[in-house]
Design a protein around this ligand. Sequence first.
Ligand code: SF4
Length: 282
Amino acid sequence: MLRLVEIFPSFQGEGLLVGVPQVFLRLVGCNLECSYCDTPEARAEPESCRVWSWEGDMESVANPLPDAEVLRRIEASWGPMMHSVSLTGGEPLLQAEALAGVLPRFKERGMSIYLETNGTLPGELRKVLEWVDWIAMDLKLPSALGGRDLLEAQLEFLRVAVARRVFLKLVAEERTPLEEVTGFCRRITREIPGAGEIPFVLQPVSVRLSPFEGPEKEVATGVPRMPGGASPAPGISPPASAGHGWRVGLTARRAAELAEAVAAHFREVRVIPQLHRAWGIK
Ligand code: SF4
């Protein structure tokens, strides 16, 4: 049984595999509260899971969903073009034991598994590692967590994750401290043999424009949030008049400074904004 916020088909909007078609399972719950979180609805427990089609039709299904029901819903959107099932959140590994029950059934059907994770729960990763093909691991700096330092947990997580295809992702804001980025990069590459070969994606934070104040004025907090947790349907661009736009919250100059700091430790660095935000899809 999985507790889910939503199931939907879309194109991967972030990271190294941007653009690949996937079926997304957004799992309930998160163990962190990042300052830039763009999926706050995943931190609450909804009574029902929203199941979307490519056409934007939505159906509500009561939580938790039995494994057979999850599988049936994925298969309804699955096709030859699909790259993988994306486990996203929230933090999917909070339901590692339930995932360990259902992931073998996905693999039996030839589905690859792509895990999007905040990279802080190494013990939970071990429970599902054998079925996971790709790991998109976020790095969480203290400045994004009110000073909380999770580097040791992240190092332990990465020691486990390197057994699979893994890349690192860091959400970058204009205010992201260069010394924190450098400190994380240095420790990771010093303590994990070969870590410098892991692809590293800097992801500029997406800043939501206010629907009420027009496209020129962004939400005062700078924290991107959908009103009431609502999101536009998959494949449906919100009307321009509603002002549900996003912009990249990072200047090219700052991105270059951060990329240079990362490149001192990692061989392959890319700066990739969120595709789905620019497109207005899920
Ligand atoms: S780990 Fe992800 S879902 Fe959890 S608070 Fe941070 S950004 Fe939001």
